[in-house]
Design a protein around this ligand. Structure first.
Ligand code: ZN
Length: 305
């Protein structure tokens, strides 16, 4: 399938609108010919970055030129990622602590909306705990998989432009979503609009200021073609405040993966992953990675100014 190749040069920061932006790091792959298979959740192209610019005001780092929202949408629509579902159990383990926190804020639960729902692993868990669930996902393969595997009716489409009706939500989750889009402020503002006055947004995104990011430098595993923006503490707080949120809680996100998944991502160990008789053992062995290099932020609606 061919895609319209659409890019634009930004003259302002996509988070705080400051014009004090400048080139930060040269790109390391041919992003002008980017394909859908390079932006899978499970892609292994670590260390690959767009031409990155940095905002002197809020410190947000972002792709510039940036793909247009419609171009990025057309790419994600075509993504197929069977490896994502192979890790369903590990991902479910990642999501349960998020539901624990949301249920402390909202003991009676309510309506939960997941932005970038993928195949619906979070929604499936939330529904089984008594939440009424809804969500949206761009990838048509993931939407289909969510219906077949979990019986979920995930909306297919773009969150920012979607008509989600007038009923408000108790919780909105955005897990590893905001760094994939060129317009993070619009996404956060939309989340605020669909939340009830007492509702909570949970946002998870890599922390470019984390120890892991600083130590691994150009080999940090979150530097990848799918990521159009990189937040640190200052820029993520700026984003949420601009969108009308106050921060209620910040935690560090620990990832759970199978040993198989991790081995296939380390080139010199990859042959071990596929050894006859061992492959299923690696898949059953779960490892919790305490890298702590992602934010897990809970934000509430600020009173209207
Ligand atoms: Zn900025």
């Amino acid at each position: 399938m061919t895609h319209p190749k659409q890019f634009e040069i930004l003259d302002r920061c996509p988070v705080c609108s400051s014009s004090a932006i400048s080139s930060f790091r040269r790109g390391t792959f041919d992003y002008l010919s980017i394909q859908a298979n390079q932006i899978k959740i499970t892609d292994k192209d670590y260390g690959k970055i767009w031409d990155l610019w940095r905002c002197a005001a809020c410190t947000y780092i972002f792709a510039n030129p940036a793909p247009t929202a419609s171009f990025i949408h057309s790419l994600y629509r075509d993504v197929e990622d069977p490896a994502y579902e192979d890790e369903a159990e590990g991902r479910r383990q990642n999501f349960l602590p998020i539901l624990d926190v949301l249920e402390r804020f909202h003991p009676h639960k309510g309506r939960l909306f997941d932005v970038g729902a993928a195949t619906g692993i979070l929604l499936h868990s939330a529904r089984s705990r008594g939440w009424s669930v809804d969500g949206i996902e761009t990838g048509l393969w993931s939407v289909r998989r969510g219906r077949e595997k979990y019986g979920l009716d995930i909306r297919a489409g773009d969150f920012i432009s979607a008509d989600l009706g007038s009923r408000l939500f108790t919780a909105v989750t955005m897990i590893d979503f905001i760094e994939h889009i060129p317009t993070p402020l619009q996404a956060a503002e939309k989340a605020r609009r669909i939340l009830s006055p007492t509702g909570t947004l949970c946002l998870v995104t890599p922390d470019a200021g984390s120890l892991a990011a600083r130590m691994m430098k150009t080999r940090w595993w979150h530097l990848r073609p799918g990521h159009l923006g990189y937040f640190n503490r200052k820029s993520i707080v700026t984003l949420l405040n601009k969108a009308g949120f106050t921060i209620a809680r910040v935690r560090r996100y620990a990832w759970t993966f199978s040993a198989h998944y991790l081995l296939t991502r380390i080139p010199f160990l990859a042959p071990l992953a596929e050894m006859p008789g061992l492959s299923s053992f690696w898949k059953s062995l779960r490892i919790k990675l305490g890298l702590r290099d992602s934010f897990e932020i809970y934000a509430r609606k600020a009173a209207r100014r």
